[in-house]
Write a protein that binds this ligand. Structure first.
Ligand code: GNR
Ligand code: NI
Length: 176
């Protein structure tokens, strides 16, 4: 099992646009496995490759209570979106911050699974929101950037404060 380090907002690498995967090879399947391990360990309900500094269009999601229904999306495409959801989102790249985001509540997505087989999924609720949250990561967008300017600057201030508390006093003196 390999746990991958997760980039933290506002790391500029979170802004990169991910490239299409050109076939699900063994190397890609190993990455998917490591992403799933990292998501479950975090713990989170989803993870985009962008968050582990791999800029390929790969998402893993598990919104099940028992944490036993892993879903893998390679090269996901949104075929349709409708309705409205207003749920509180969190992000492993923005620890401790939770904010409501308005998005379509129902989506139809097409992707390849871990075997490289295409599938289409029509979903609503948390899974639909999570798919969109992860697809945003692949475009270089973190959910914070969908909030008002005021909320964004408050979040940045809170994150800076958290970091100051987490960094060792010794290291802090060095970077001052
Ligand atoms: O763990 C996560 N929870 C979550 C809750 C509501 C909407 C989206 C998410 S995704 C997030 C994990 C993560 O950062 N994925 O990119
Ligand atoms: Ni996220």
């Amino acid at each position: 099992m390999a746990l991958l380090p997760i980039l933290r907002y506002p790391d500029p690498r979170l802004r990169k646009r991910a490239a299409k995967v050109d076939g699900v090879s063994d190397r890609i399947r190993k990455l998917i496995k490591d992403m799933a391990d990292t998501m479950y360990a975090a713990p989170g309900v989803g993870l985009a490759a962008t968050q582990v500094d791999v800029h390929l269009r790969i998402i893993v999601i598990d919104v099940s209570e028992a944490r036993d229904q892993l879903r893998v999306f390679v090269n996901p495409e949104l075929l349709a979106a409708s309705g409205e959801a207003d749920i509180e989102e969190g992000c492993l790249s923005v620890p401790g911050i939770y904010e409501k985001v308005r998005r379509p509540g129902r989506v139809t997505v097409r992707a390849l699974d871990a075997a490289g087989e295409p599938f289409t999924l029509d979903v609503e609720g948390l899974l639909a929101v999570c798919i969109q949250h992860e697809m945003d990561h692949l475009e270089g967008t973190v959910f914070v950037e969908k909030l008002s300017r005021l909320k964004q600057s408050r979040i940045l201030a809170r994150l800076r404060k958290q970091d100051r508390r987490t960094v060792e006093p010794e290291a802090r003196r060095l970077v001052l």
